[in-house]
Design a protein around this ligand. Structure first.
Ligand code: FES
Ligand code: FES
Length: 158
C-alpha cells in the first residue's frame, strides 16, 4: 500500500508498504530519517519517540497505515536547518549523550514535556522521562540537560 502523510512539515509518500510495517520502519528505512532509533521494537525504551498529530508516540508501536494523512514530527524536525533546537543543544552541553542511542527519544520527550509544562520540577521531569531508557548515563546528566533546557526556554520566553 501507499502511505501519504506529512513528515517534518513536508508532504511525503512511501510505496509498497506492508500492512504490518511500523511507522518507525517507514521513517528510517523508506524515508531516510534515521534519527528515531530502533532499540527494542516493543514500546519499552522510548528511543523511537515521535509526534503523531502532536501526540508523543512510540513509532515502533504505530502501524504505518495508522499514520496515513497524519502529521509526523521526528527529532530531525525539531532543528531549524543547521541550527539545533535548544533542547538538542542542552543535551550536548550538559554531556547527556554517551552512545546516543536513547538521545533522540529523550529529546523529543523533553520537547513535549516543556510544551506542556514550561517549568517542571525534578519529580515531574523524572515522571515524564520514565518511558525513556538509557543504559549509559545513569540519568544524572540527562536530568541536568532537561534543567538546562528549561532554563533556556524560560530565558527565551522572558
Ligand atoms: S524502539 Fe520503540 S519503544 Fe523501543
Ligand atoms: S547514552 Fe547510551 S543509551 Fe543513553
Amino acid at each position: 500500500m501507499r502511505i501519504s502523510f506529512t513528515v517534518n512539515g513536508e508532504p511525503r509518500k512511501a510505496d509498497d508498504v506492508w500492512e504490518g510495517e511500523s511507522l518507525l520502519y517507514v521513517l528510517r528505512e523508506r524515508l531516510g530519517l534515521p534519527g528515531s532509533k530502533n532499540a527494542c521494537e516493543q514500546g519499552e525504551c522510548g528511543s523511537c519517540s515521535v509526534y503523531l498529530d502532536g501526540v508523543l508516540v512510540c513509532a515502533c508501536l504505530v502501524l504505518a497505515g495508522q499514520a496515513e494523512g497524519s502529521e509526523i514530527v521526528t527529532v530531525e524536525g525539531l532543528a531549524s536547518g543547521e541550527d539545533l533546537h535548544p533542547v538538542q543543544e542542552a543535551f550536548v552541553e550538559a554531556g547527556a549523550v554517551q552512545c546516543g542511542f536513547c538521545t533522540p527519544g529523550l529529546i523529543v520527550t523533553t520537547h513535549d514535556l516543556l510544551q506542556r509544562n514550561p517549568s517542571p520540577t525534578d519529580p515531574e521531569i523524572r515522571e515524564a522521562l520514565a518511558g525513556n531508557l538509557c543504559r549509559c548515563t545513569g540519568y544524572e546528566k540527562i536530568l541536568a540537560a532537561v534543567r538546562l533546557a528549561t532554563e533556556r526556554a524560560g530565558e527565551a520566553g522572558a
